[in-house]
Design a protein around this ligand. Structure first.
Ligand code: RP5
Length: 161
């Protein structure tokens, strides 16, 4: 199974958040790679990753970062592979800094920005799955089942427990 999704993050400290994207991809049987690629600390690594993304067969890049979160936007500037951005929650500003850093891209270099934190990372995995499912019927069926299972797990009425 070839790797079609790259999960990249600015720091090891982002992994507890970003692994929520990996979990979704595991559940849906999608092959992926995980890399630490920092816009500020390893800019050459970022450039190389973006430069080779198409030729390496990546179809979606999930990029998570916190604070002055330039990684998703810079990656979008370097490759036409769709970038899904995950704002990592921060201590100082609760991730609003990350969100605004990722969200407000100038025309021409889009980043599909998710919610702050774990839910955003999980949704990034689902967004990647949805993109890949447009050209993969077997994956589309698995994603439809995943969504139906989630829907079926929601109780009709609340309980006290
Ligand atoms: C960002 O700075 C990373 O994406 C991370 O969210 C944040 C803090 O990084 P560490 O100081 O924990 O390595 O570049």
């Amino acid at each position: 199974m070839s790797i079609t999704v790259g999960i990249i993050m600015g720091s090891q400290s982002d992994w507890p958040t970003m692994k929520n994207a990996a979990t979704i991809l595991d559940e849906l049987g999608i092959a992926y790679e995980t890399k630490i690629v920092s816009a500020h600390r390893t800019p050459d690594r970022l450039w190389e990753y973006g430069k080779t993304a198409v030729e390496r067969g990546l179809k979606v890049i999930i990029a998570g970062a916190g604070g002055a979160a330039h990684l998703p936007g810079m990656m979008a500037s370097k490759t036409r592979v769709p970038v899904v951005g995950v704002p990592v929650q921060t201590k100082a500003l609760s991730g609003v800094d990350s969100l605004y850093s990722i969200l407000q891209m100038p025309k021409g270099y889009p980043v599909a920005t998710m919610a702050i934190g774990a839910a955003g990372a999980a949704n990034a995995g689902l967004m990647a799955a949805g993109i890949l499912a447009t050209s993969d019927d077997a994956l589309a069926a698995r994603l439809d089942k995943w969504r139906a299972d989630l829907s079926a797990s929601i109780p009709q009425e609340p309980t006290d427990d």
